[in-house]
Design a protein around this ligand. Structure first.
Ligand SMILES: CC(C)(COP(=O)(O)OP(=O)(O)OC[C@H]1O[C@@H](n2cnc3c(N)ncnc32)[C@H](O)[C@@H]1OP(=O)(O)O)[C@@H](O)C(=O)NCCC(=O)NCCS
Length: 191
């Protein structure tokens, strides 16, 4: 049966990844680099999406990532990933990251973010259909609907940004930089 016509449960591709934060992950301030955490998030997003799609996937977009708490060397990072929503070839993977300080028995929520992964046919390099989702719990239904709404909002946001870019003329550029912390060494030109 083609992927477009079959459905899989959310739990079939749910994944947990644990990684100890070793000293080589630290930045100059002694905390773990944000990039290390982003890289682990990308890795688990790929694994979760590829497991649902049973095909090669690419990262199409990453929602904003707000780090709520610093992660210290020596802590155990745990990432939880789950496919929230599927379109035709795209999947929204929700990722929650927590860090655990064993010595003090403290668990902190580091961040939650959403990756859009697209299944790609390895021969044609074109997006390819992914299975639908079987929603078994109220939480899964809520996540699915929120994923759908986030996708609509992102599309609307892209349209608005493009519209703004088209509307930028010299007068608007000058008005927008007025009062900002910048000095102009050239006359602004609209695209
Ligand atoms: C993602 C990619 C495959 C989409 O290809 P495309 O030719 O634009 O394909 P389409 O317009 O048919 O879109 C395919 C799907 O991707 C989604 N999509 C495309 N660009 C997107 C974006 N920026 N954000 C979220 N979803 C996106 C579309 O909504 C569509 O979803 P659907 O099939 O569920 O309706 C292509 O842009 C790509 O290969 N990008 C590079 C990805 C990559 O290399 N990532 C790693 C960076 S190091």
């Amino acid at each position: 049966m083609s992927s477009a016509h079959h459905y899989k449960t959310v739990s079939a591709s749910q994944i947990i990844l644990k990684e100890l934060m070793v000293p080589s992950y630290a930045n100059f301030g002694g905390k773990v680099h944000g990039g290390v955490i982003l890289s682990l998030m990308d890795k688990i997003a790929y694994t979760c999406a590829a497991s649902h799609a049973k095909s090669y996937c690419v990262t199409a977009s990453v929602d904003s990532v707000d780090f709520m708490n610093p992660v210290e060397v020596g802590e155990l990072l745990t990432l939880f990933a789950s496919v929230n929503y599927v379109g035709h070839s795209s999947m929204e993977v929700g990722i929650k990251v927590i860090s655990e300080d064993f010595k003090q028995d403290i668990v902190k929520h580091t961040n939650t973010s959403y990756f859009t992964m697209v299944a790609v046919d390895e021969e044609t390099r074109q997006p390819t259909a992914v299975p639908g989702l079987i929603l078994e719990t109220e939480q899964q239904i809520q996540r699915f609907v929120m994923g759908k709404l986030r996708r609509q909002l992102k599309r609307q946001h892209h349209r608005e940004i493009n519209q703004l870019r088209q509307e930028l003329n010299q007068e608007r550029l000058l008005a927008e930089v007025a009062g900002e912390r910048c000095q102009l060494l050239v006359e602004p030109q609209a695209d």
